[in-house]
Ligand binder design. Sequence first.
Ligand SMILES: NC(=O)C1=CN([C@@H]2O[C@H](COP(=O)(O)OP(=O)(O)OC[C@H]3O[C@@H](n4cnc5c(N)ncnc54)[C@H](OP(=O)(O)O)[C@@H]3O)[C@@H](O)[C@H]2O)C=CC1
Ligand SMILES: CC(=O)[C@@H](O)[C@H](O)COP(=O)(O)O
Ligand SMILES: [Mn+2]
Length: 379
Amino acid sequence: MKKITILGSTGSVGTQTLDILSHEPDRYQVEGLAAGNNLQLLIEQANQFKPKSVCLSTKALAEEAAPHLPQGTKVLYGNEGLIEIAADNEADTVVTAIVGSRGLQATLAAIDAGKHIGLANKETLVTAGHIVMQRAFDKGVSILPIDSEHSAIFQCLNGERRSDVNRITLTASGGSFRDRTRAELEGVTVAEALNHPNWSMGAKITIDSATMANKGLEVIEAHWLFGLPYNQIDVLIHPESIIHSYVEFVDHSIIAQLGMPDMRVPIQYALTYPERRPTPTERLQLAKLSTLHFREMDFDRYPCLRFAYESGQAGQSAPTVYNAANETAVARFLASEITFLEIESVIETVLNKHQLVDVPDVEAIAEVDAWARREAASV
Ligand SMILES: NC(=O)C1=CN([C@@H]2O[C@H](COP(=O)(O)OP(=O)(O)OC[C@H]3O[C@@H](n4cnc5c(N)ncnc54)[C@H](OP(=O)(O)O)[C@@H]3O)[C@@H](O)[C@H]2O)C=CC1
Ligand SMILES: CC(=O)[C@@H](O)[C@H](O)COP(=O)(O)O
Ligand SMILES: [Mn+2]
């Protein structure tokens, strides 16, 4: 019986993780479920999966939930509650499905407690990759990728020697505006930006996909997960999201991972690795697909991807700034405070203002993150 805690159980990845668990109830036990504000869904999940503890974002929400939870459920709240639920129970694996760098402390607490991590929350690796990876190494826990591209690369690398890798390529759908020119991005609406062609995901990542910041975050995530320099990580536009990513080896062989765009496959693989189990997902039947398309990445069309490479290559505190400025800019766009194209100018402005901090520790990262958010809020 595998014991699982899910941070962000009410979101897109969180609900799909629970869907996977519900198909094989004898294999999994849910230890903890942490949500933000979605009280109703958290109550429903708790009554179905009977976790030992749950967590909500505030004390008020926790008190409101308590009478509706199965008897004996421990109710936690806030950041302290999140850290406790991540670390202080019998879970062997913690699925980090919270959005944003606010997931960092809880992820580190889970690692320190010896839990394996099923990592969806890419922002934690972007903001503090050197700390997360070193901590996981020291504790002997695995960081298993849930992000579809990284799961693909992880699968392609199975049994291969790292020294035989020439480069990896992350595929990018191009997002909601993939067929528009930059001029056609003037005045696009939030609703249009939220309409991803292939994936149904949370709001923040869907906007990131449209600006290509998602792929930028993923390039930095791949750098940390697979220990590759940035000049060995490529991005290719592939509108159908069927090839989830691929590895080219020194002999020019390419190994790719393919499948229908359904997050339940990489989520389950992170939970069952190295075993594979059946999933309740549609089979990919290549004969039914007429064509797959590919386009070279255009860094002028997608400056947010360029900023990510520059931040990753600069290292130090630059990725923290990139991530925090992006999170704030996306929140402002979703609140209709800035336009879609202003997301990239906010990020660029904040990055240009930043004085790099050498190898930041957790405290320095928190300070830089807060600084970047303040700056991005007032650009
Ligand atoms: N969705 C996808 O297909 C993919 C997502 N990812 C990554 O996975 C992560 C989650 O994405 P996604 O599921 O789309 O996001 P969603 O917005 O759908 O879900 C986010 C989750 O985080 C919870 N949350 C927000 N704030 C807090 C808080 N303060 N304390 C505790 N929980 C909080 C939300 O709770 P509530 O709703 O209750 O407020 C919700 O459960 C992101 O890092 C994303 O980049 C990666 C690959 C694919
Ligand atoms: C499903 C997943 O992993 C997302 O990160 C997805 O990749 C987003 O699609 P884009 O390729 O449009 O960024
Ligand atoms: Mn992805």
